[in-house]
Structures are given as C-alpha cells and as structure tokens.
Design a protein around this ligand. Structure first.
Ligand SMILES: [Zn+2]
Length: 369
C-alpha cells in the first residue's frame, strides 16, 4: 500500500477473487477480476443479479458491467463463469461504462451469445452505453482508416518524439491496437442518459457522466445502498489517465477530469466504491481530494519545468513519469503530459508556439521572447 492508500478503507483487506470466479461484495453484486497483458495487469468487472419482463413473464438473469478485452485468456475465464457462476441464469444486459478495450472488448461476443441462447420470442441480451462512447467506439471498430498510423506519427513528432525507433514502434501499435482488443461491437445499443436512472435488480442507479478519461463515461450510483460502480473515473491506487489524443488535439482533459470528480461529491460519505482497477474501497471523498490534489501538484511541476525552458509534451514525460515506460505506457504518458500543458495553457498560465523544428512548445505567459 502506498501512503495515500492508508487513508482509504479496503473492507475486504488484501482479498482478491480468483480469475474465473465471482465474489459477492454487496447483496446481489459480485466482483469478477480478469487478467490484462499490460503494466496495468487486471480489470474488475461486476455481475449484478437482475430481472426482466418478457412475453413469458418475469425472468431473472444478470446485468454485467464491463467485460474485458477480447483475449483467449479472458474468454476462457468467462466460459468458466458462464458454466458455474451464473446459477443457470442468462446475462440479460451488458452495460459498459466506457469504450476502452478492457471494458468493451467482449461486449459483442457476450451479447451475441446470450441473445442466441434465448428463445427468439423472449427479450435478448441488451447492450447499454452512452451515445458518446458508442459512437467513437463504433467508428474505431468499423472504420478502415489507412491514414491513421501516419497521422498519429506526425502528431507524436509534433509533440517532440524524435526517436525513430520509438516512432516505428508507435506506428505498428496504432495500426493494430484497438481492433485487436475490440474485434467487434454490438450493432445496436440502448442509450444511457444522465437524467434516466437505471433499474438493476431491485435497485435504482443514478447515472453520473464524467469526461476527461473518455468521451462520455457513465458511472452508476445507488443512493439507497450507497454503492458506486465508478468505472475508471475514481480509482483507489492509481490516477486515471487523462490524455490529449490525436483525434481531439485541442482537448482539455485534465481540467475536464478534475471538474468531473466534483460530480461524485454528493455521494454518501459511507459509499462503497467499486472501481475498475484496484480493490473496492470506502472514503470516496478522501480519494476525490487526493486525486484533485495530485493533478494540482502535477500542474505545478509542469509549470515549473516550462519556466526553466520552453517544453514540448515529450520534455514533460520524464518530469511527470520518473520511471521507464514501455510503448503502450509512452502513448498515455505523452497524452497525459500534453493534457497538463493544455490545462495550464487554457488557464492562461502558458502560451503555445511552434519552434524552428516544427515542435509545439509551451512557455510561461509572463516571459517575453
Ligand atoms: Zn478507461
């Protein structure tokens, strides 16, 4: 545990469910943990006991919140859960908090499987997600975009990546990354809206939309039982990635994320937060304070670095990330560094200019050239 984690309460202490099993964390709410082949090596998914009206009357089943990347390993664990963990009941809804591959990769596979398995006259397995997440994901999954790798490479160069080997690796990554982890997406969906609570089992969940991490992230909060399915918006151990990406080059995701955190403050102080990474925890409000303070500290560091010399996003990477990074991590580190530069730029603390080599740099507003 790091120093900040000591201020949080982990009701299950060090317990982690075995892969391929589920563990009840609140009545009818089960924690499923799956392995990921990244530095962030796992994801938490949640199975909630649910009920639905069909032409044959009310049937019970499960709502699944997020579903893992489309890897053989995760699908193997899902098979295990389908066989022994569902009490013979179908998954009637897959709900994704957002469109990142570790959350949405198996959605089409699971929705299709449980739609087929049920009688055609019954309701099939539905796919629930916000419009913003669905639209971006659908374009990434379906779109042949031959120029994407080239554009992304130009983007990295513009932000100070000069290492040719790194650029070549990044190019290979952008060519295959998303679609290898999300090979397909359900062809239709039910839209999650902030003003429409979602009923799951006997509970009513309020939708809390957040941005800065993904386009229109949906977290679910049940006030009656003080449960928060937080997705990636509030994580107990690590800070959520808040990157500027090539698709939205003028974005201000760090500021949007810091503002979004305030939307969780009305949650009850005793809320049990069920995050997508790390362990279920209490003391949500302390964590919100920690995360906002974390970004304020990083912004101060970035401002200080730019006061010493005009910095590109790549110059900021070692300022913010004092450890070796693999290619996968470099894309997020670069995006997050640019996110912090943009937050200071939008706040009028930094100005932006292009140097003689075509690299975008930031310097304090007060310094005249
Ligand atoms: Zn995410």
């Amino acid at each position: 545990m790091n120093e900040l984690e000591h201020q949080l309460i982990y009701p299950l202490a060090e317990f982690l469910p075995e892969y391929g099993t589920k563990h009840e964390v609140a009545p009818g709410v089960f924690w499923v943990r799956m392995p990921l082949p990244f530095a962030l090596n796992h994801i938490n998914l949640y199975l909630l006991a649910d009920e639905v009206d069909t032409v044959h009357g009310r049937i019970s089943g499960w709502t699944l919140v997020d579903c893992g990347i489309a890897s053989e390993e995760i699908r193997g664990y899902w098979e295990q859960i389908f066989e022994t963990g569902l009490d013979g009941k179908p998954i009637i809804r897959v709900l994704c908090t957002h469109m990142h591959p570790d959350h949405i990769g198996n959605a089409a596979w699971i929705v299709e499987r449980f739609s087929r398995a049920q009688n055609a006259s019954q309701r099939t397995c539905e796919f629930w997600i916000t419009l913003g997440e669905y639209a971006i994901c659908r374009s990434l999954v379906s779109g042949a975009d031959p120029g994407a790798a080239e554009r992304e490479n130009a983007y990295y160069q513009k932000h100070g990546v000069v290492d040719l080997e790194a650029l070549a690796t990044l190019r290979v990554r952008s060519e295959k990354y998303f679609r290898s982890l999300v090979p397909d997406l359900p062809k239709n969906y039910r839209r999650i809206r902030e003003d429409e609570p979602i009923k799951i089992g006997g509970r009513s969940f309020q939708v809390i939309i957040g941005t800065g991490h993904s386009p229109e992230h949906a977290a679910l909060y049940c006030d009656q039982d003080q449960l928060l399915l937080a997705g990636d918006m509030v994580l107990p151990r690590i800070s959520t990635n808040t990157s500027v990406f090539e698709i939205e080059p003028e974005g201000n995701p760090v500021r949007w994320f810091m503002n979004s955190l305030d939307r969780y403050r009305p949650c009850a102080p005793t809320t049990l937060t069920l995050p997508s990474h790390g362990k279920p925890f209490r003391n949500l409000h302390i964590r919100l304070d920690q995360l906002q303070a974390h970004h304020r500290d990083r912004l101060a560091e970035v401002a200080q670095a730019c006061a010493l010399k005009p910095c590109s996003a790549m110059d900021i990477v070692p300022v913010m990330f004092k450890r070796p990074l693999d290619t996968h991590q470099l894309t997020f580190a670069l995006g997050e560094s640019l996110g912090h530069l943009h937050a200071l730029w939008y706040a009028d603390e930094l100005v932006r200019f292009v140097d003689d080599g075509g690299v975008i740099r930031f310097r304090p507003k007060s310094v005249e050239l």
